[in-house]
Design a protein around this ligand. Structure first.
Ligand SMILES: [Zn+2]
Length: 251
């Protein structure tokens, strides 16, 4: 029964995250007006706003203007549902489940916005840093590790970005990446923040090299780094402790 509830909550929140993903980068309010077709602006009825199901029933087109609805909508809903279920399987019905689900929610929205707009809005990362620090008073990693995580996370990427800028004259890492890694440090602490950095750099360079090998353009056309940070942080949040203890056990 809790699992069914988690599935339904995941779908419902996924639907809300779609609103966030569409409106936050455009500077729009999240609560008004109600859901609209981005194509023609007509207000959606409740039965056209049911996660995944409505998209399928409408065959991916707006009821009014027949313009195609982005496949992002059902994908985000299903991905959110899967992420919520994974958290339930890992954390069970605990307080930490809610903390990490809140964290993962921010990661999902940041992933999608960065993918589309190459932007990691302060409206998510800055409150995220505060929330992560506040939760850490009661929950793992504890306030001390979280504060070090924020400072190290923000500092490390800022230094890399600054060094890259001095060396190449190009802005390598946006300020958004720095704030996002600080948020990751706030929620996960400095150890899992470093693991996130390793995982995301590895994933980023693998995909980057694959794209160069496939001659899909150079590094400039590579996916934005925030998408890899989001994926790395999600893995670190769910199984990071196990990865760290396995790695430490090797020596
Ligand atoms: Zn429409």
């Amino acid at each position: 029964m809790p699992l069914t509830l988690t599935v339904l909550l995941g779908l419902a929140f996924g639907s809300f995250f779609n609103v966030c993903i569409h409106r936050i980068p455009r500077g729009l309010s999240l609560n008004r007006p109600g859901s609209r077709c981005p194509g023609c602006g007509s207000a959606l009825r409740w039965y056209d706003n049911i996660p995944v199901l409505s998209y399928a029933l409408l065959a991916g087109r707006c009821r009014t203007c027949r313009q195609p609805i982005s496949l992002r909508y059902p994908i985000v809903e299903l991905a959110t549902c899967a992420v919520f279920v994974l958290h339930y399987l890992v954390f069970g019905p605990t307080g930490l489940f809610f903390v990490r689900v809140a964290f993962a929610s921010a990661l999902i929205v940041l992933f999608a916005i960065d993918l589309e707009h190459h932007l990691l809005p302060d409206r998510i990362t800055l409150p995220g840093i505060i929330a992560g620090l506040a939760f850490s008073v009661v929950f793992p990693p504890g306030l001390r590790d979280a504060v070090i995580g924020v400072l190290a996370g923000g500092g490390v990427l800022w230094l890399i970005g600054e060094a890259y800028y001095r060396y190449s004259g190009h802005e390598g890492m946006g300020g958004g990446d720095v704030k996002m890694l600080a948020m990751i440090g706030a929620f996960l602490g400095w150890k899992l923040m470093l693991l996130t950095l390793v995982l995301s750099s590895f994933a980023g360079s693998t995909v980057g090299l694959a794209m160069i090998a496939a001659r899909r353009g150079g590094m400039k056309h590579a996916l934005p780094y925030g998408t890899f940070l989001a994926l790395g942080a999600l893995v670190a949040s769910l199984v990071g402790d196990r990865i760290v203890s396995w790695y430490v056990g090797l020596y």
